[in-house]
Design a protein around this ligand. Structure first.
Ligand code: GLY
Length: 373
């Protein structure tokens, strides 16, 4: 089922029929089209990198979070401990230590957390020198009256909370990749801003095509959400943001309602992909509100994708089909333990962990092919 769907067909057919247009995906394991689970069976869901690296230990992020959730740990503590594995692992260059740096070669990290039952939240943005921004975001939620600390203030807060501040979070690999980017883009720095933005995007995509960086790591991020047997729901999103971004650029990951939203009565949703598109649409909030109206997580996410399509009109952001030329992925679970991972295109994966262990599925794409097609 790989028929081409263009923007016009999608908008007209989707609006008229009022139904999901998701194309069933082949999965790493077989992704069920609709997943229904008994109420409050413990479950963890994350982006695909939550079931990839172990940082030298024995568990991936979803396995760690699930084992903690089922041992009675606080659900937020569990998902943060899970994503800490990815943040600390130098092999994942989308998150935390070794995350791809900004245009100046400095690793700046973003994260937010939400605690469903306590209705508390915290975030940090453009924080430097701390390998685990998700843990700092959790301290913002636990220790302060605020929801978001940025830059130097976030770093000073982390220092006061006892976090180690390091001069440089680059690994040899992330530094080499930045040097390669710098080498390719330096001659372009004096072009007019539009040409330069196009050129910078082209260089990123060339580096993906050449296999130097993973397509998912251009906006690499991990989102992880969980529900325990009491129906308590928490979530976390953490990232090094857009590779080689303008210093100070903050994406969707640390912004409540964009990179993450949790409503303990409804469910949780989070994102990876082009933060700017998500910031414009506050998709995680939209997804949770859709689920509140009774939508299955999958349909709730397809609707959020439709909004992104409808609000993406600038030519520079459209591909030859007139659709967004970037990737955007969402992950969600609801109070009944139903879950899904939906992406604009046929790219990326999501992971879950439940009583059957950890599994990775291909995302359910709204459109066939890739963002660049
Ligand atoms: N979604 C990660 C970012 O855009 O920063």
């Amino acid at each position: 089922m790989t028929q081409k769907i263009n923007r016009r067909d999608f908008v007209v057919t989707g609006a008229a029929a009022g139904i999901s247009l998701a194309i069933p995906a082949k999965s790493h394991a077989e992704a069920p089209a609709v997943i229904t689970r008994s109420a409050a069976a413990p479950l963890v869901i994350s982006s695909g990198n939550g079931n990839r690296v172990k940082n030298g230990g024995t568990q991936t992020a979803v396995e760690k979070a699930f084992s903690m959730v089922t041992s009675g740990a606080d659900v937020l503590d569990a998902v943060v401990a899970g994503v800490n594995i990815v943040e600390l692992d130098p092999l994942d260059n989308s998150v935390g230590y070794g995350g791809l740096p900004n245009a100046d070669g400095v690793v700046q990290l973003d994260s937010c957390v939400m605690h469903g039952p306590k209705k508390r939240a915290g975030g940090v943005a453009a924080i430097e020198g701390v390998r685990t921004p998700a843990s700092v975001a959790k301290e913002v939620a636990n220790q302060t009256d605020h929801h978001l600390l940025v830059g130097k203030g976030a770093q000073e807060f982390a220092r006061a909370m006892g976090f180690t501040i390091e001069a440089d979070l680059n690994t040899e690999k992330s530094r080499q990749l930045w040097l390669e980017w710098k080498r390719r883009t330096d001659p372009l720095h004096y072009l007019d801003p539009k040409t330069r933005a196009d050129a910078l995007q082209r260089v990123r995509m060339d580096m993906v095509a050449e296999g130097l960086i993973d397509r998912e790591h251009v906006y690499g991020t991990i989102n992880c959400d969980a529900i325990n047997s009491k129906g308590e729901i928490c979530g976390v999103t953490t990232t090094s943001g857009l590779a080689w971004k303008i210093p100070g650029r903050v994406g969707d990951s640390p912004i409540l309602g964009a990179g993450l939203y949790v409503d303990n009565d409804v469910g949780a949703a989070g994102s990876t992909g082009r933060g700017e598109a998500n910031l414009y649409n506050l998709s995680s909030y939209v997804i949770v509100e859709n689920m509140k109206k009774g939508m299955h997580p999958k349909d709730a996410m397809i609707d959020a994708c439709k909004r992104i399509v409808a609000n993406t009109i600038e030519k520079r952001l459209l591909n030859s089909r007139g659709l967004p030329n970037f990737d955007m992925s969402f992950y969600a679970l609801d109070k009944q333990g139903r879950y899904a991972g939906v992406a604009l295109y046929d790219a990326g994966s999501y992971a879950i962990c439940n009583e059957n262990g950890a599994q990775t599925f291909k995302m359910e794409p709204v459109f066939p092919g890739h963002s660049t097609d």
